[in-house]
Design a protein around this ligand. Structure first.
Ligand code: HEM
Length: 173
């Protein structure tokens, strides 16, 4: 199924599941997130990585689209009464983690599996049609990448933070 053209995704729980006394719903509908998030009536060139779209509209919409109350950047967290209650925690965690990774690590295209050559940015292919999975959750297929710590000073900070985090999380293991 091509999710970009799907109208609705029905997720059916075929058996009732009870966890600590709470029973899961028998079935529910999920909004067709990928299709809504790539609606060309709402977003200019929806498949392109255009940060400029947020300069004219904080939600990234086309100039002529009204940002009415209740509209959001995307529907990745669902919609309506069952909208994800963890969305703010999830979004903030993502921003914090991505920022820290970019701060600490030099990320470049990796090594070509057959030729052993270091790839250049222009050699890479991030085409949505071929390089991503087409499932309920879209994810990149495996790709070569090189992750190198930026400096010994960055390494020291990462090691110290890791040690501190270990002692904090130990009591929850
Ligand atoms: C990037 C991370 C996340 C994504 C993309 C995501 C997405 C979603 C989606 C699509 C739904 C279904 C909404 C609907 O039925 O319309 C959902 C439900 C839910 N999410 Fe998340 N979520 C994320 C992280 C989290 C986190 C961190 C928590 C908790 C701390 C959480 C807790 C929940 C709960 C409890 C529901 C069920 C709400 C209900 O049925 O009433 N989620 N989430």
């Amino acid at each position: 199924m091509d999710l970009l053209s799907a109208t609705v995704v029905l997720v059916a729980i075929t058996a009732f599941v009870t966890f600590r006394g709470v029973q899961a719903r028998a079935s529910k509908k999920l909004p067709p997130g990928p299709a809504i998030n790539h609606d060309p009536d709402t977003y200019k060139s929806p498949h392109e990585f255009l940060l400029e779209r947020y300069e004219t509209n904080s939600l990234g919409y086309r100039k002529d689209v009204q940002s009415t109350e209740g509209r959001r950047k995307a529907v990745a967290f669902g919609a309506g009464r069952l909208i994800c209650p963890g969305q703010h925690l999830a979004e903030n965690s993502l921003i914090i983690n991505v920022t820290k990774i970019i701060w600490a690590i030099d990320i470049t295209p990796g090594i070509h599996a057959e030729t052993g050559q270091h790839l250049k940015v222009e050699d890479t292919d991030d085409s949505i049609e071929t390089q991503w999975t087409n499932d309920v959750l879209t994810a990149p297929k495996p790709f070569p990448v090189s992750l190198v710590i930026r400096s010994p000073e960055h390494q020291t900070v990462v090691d110290n933070e890791y040690r501190q985090a270990q002692s904090i999380f130990k009591e929850y293991e």
